[in-house]
Design a protein. Sequence first.
Length: 251
Amino acid sequence: MTEPSKDFEIAARLSHVPPLTTLREKLEPSHAALIVIDVQNDFCAVGGMMSKEGFDVADAQKAASRLPTLIAAARSAGALVVFVRNVYSTNVGANSANPNKPANMFLSDSWLEQAARTRKGSYTRRQVCAEGSWEGDFYGDIRPLPGEPIVTKHRYSAFYNTDLDSILRAHAIRTIVLTGVATNVCVETTAREGFVRDYYVVFVSDGTATYSAEDHKATLKNIDRFFGQVTTIADIVSIWTADANRHRAAE
């Protein structure tokens, strides 16, 4: 018996419920959710925040172009699909306590200080993902269908002060399949928090993107070692397509 096999055997004895030890088991549609994180114009489109900061958004656009195939496979198999978006700026209107001060519901002093040091005008001189703006809209064809949950967040993690965990628990989800941007910021932060909340994490290497190949690879290595399983769109689609075909054959 090889050492990994022995460790899986011990894990099964120690666990209160049988562990999901294969990608196929983790992706069972009845307990898997595909989560699409921050595929918004500010992060993917030319003219959005990252583009205005001087970053090349080509990799984000390439990842976004691959996602419709994965989203369609999830829907066909019956997996839950959740869209996550940021709303950061509410820099419109007046502050009732100080009419000369713009309204700001979500950006803290520490967030704004970090932005002032490093973000070349984003969050300060330029709004980011403001409600109802082009910048905050979903990018391209990456859009929810009626009835699919949309989670709005105001920080990097899709779990922090949102209803994501309640949605997942209500649907008896055990595995979160993570896609979107940016690999090393919001997607990685969500993966870390998801894992410490005891979800299985499946991190999609070619369904996520950031603005540096080095940063992308570093996150994939870190996730695979400590927080989840890294795989590809093709591997997931293969499993979910087989599930969908099996369900149709049983009808």
